[in-house]
Design a protein around this ligand. Structure first.
Ligand SMILES: C[S@@+](CC[C@H](N)C(=O)[O-])C[C@H]1O[C@@H](n2cnc3c(N)ncnc32)[C@H](O)[C@@H]1O
Length: 179
C-alpha cells in the first residue's frame, strides 16, 4: 500500500474517531466509558474538550436534573455544535462554554468530577498547566477521569504532578482523586 493511501486511511480514521460519527459508537460505547469513570446521577461534572459532543449528551442525560454539566472547548465551532445539540435534546442541566482548559476562569472548588476524554496527550495541553487548573476546579478529593485512545499513555504523567492519586483503570478509563 502506498504512503499516500496509508495517510488517507489514517486521516479518515482520525476524522471518525475524533467526532460523533455513528461508526465510532460501534467501537467505543460512550455509556461504557462513562461507567468506567464512575459517573453518577446528581454530580456536578466538568467535561474538558467536548469536541462535537460525543460524550456530552449521554453524560448530561445520566447526571439528570439533580446534576449539572459544564462542557468546555477552546473552539467556537465545537461550542456552537454542542450547544445546538443540547438545545435540540431539550437538556436543561448543561452549560457549554468556550474556554481554554489551561485557564478556564471558572470558579474554584465547584466540581465533583472532571472528565478528560479523548483529549490527552495533546501538544496544545501541557499537563503541568492543565492538571494545576483541574486541581483548582475540583472539590477536595474530587475525581479526575482520563480516557485516551493513544496507546502507551501512562497514568504516571498525571501522578508525577503530585496533585492526584491514581485509583486504577476501569473499562479503559484511568481514575484519579484530587489530593
Ligand atoms: C480529539 S477532540 C475530542 C473531543 C471529544 N472529547 C471526543 O472524544 O469526541 C479534542 C478536543 O479538545 C479541544 N481542545 C484542545 N485544546 C484545548 C484547550 N486548550 N482547551 C479546551 N479545549 C481544547 C479541541 O478543540 C477538541 O475539540
Amino acid at each position: 500500500m502506498s504512503t499516500t493511501v496509508k495517510t488517507r486511511i489514517t486521516q479518515a480514521l482520525l476524522r471518525v474517531f475524533a467526532s460523533d460519527h455513528p461508526i465510532r459508537r460501534r467501537f467505543s460505547d460512550p455509556e461504557k466509558i462513562l461507567n468506567g469513570a464512575g459517573v453518577r446521577a446528581g454530580e456536578r461534572v466538568l467535561e474538558v474538550g467536548c469536541g462535537r459532543g460525543f460524550f456530552t449528551l449521554p453524560l448530561a442525560t445520566r447526571l439528570g436534573d439533580a446534576g449539572s454539566l459544564v462542557a468546555v472547548d477552546v473552539t467556537q465551532a465545537a461550542v456552537d455544535c454542542v450547544a445546538n445539540k443540547v438545545k435540540l435534546a431539550g437538556l436543561s442541566n448543561v452549560r457549554v462554554v468556550r474556554a481554554n482548559a489551561l485557564e478556564t476562569r471558572l470558579p474554584a472548588g465547584e466540581w465533583d468530577r472532571v472528565l478528560l476524554f479523548g483529549v490527552v496527550p495533546s501538544p496544545t495541553l501541557p499537563l503541568s498547566r492543565l492538571l494545576a487548573e483541574l486541581h483548582r476546579l475540583l472539590k477536595p478529593a474530587g475525581e479526575l477521569a482520563v480516557w485516551t485512545a493513544v496507546p502507551g499513555w501512562s497514568p504516571q504523567s498525571v501522578t508525577r504532578s503530585g496533585l492526584f492519586r491514581y485509583n486504577g483503570k476501569s473499562l479503559d478509563v484511568h481514575n484519579f482523586s484530587s489530593l
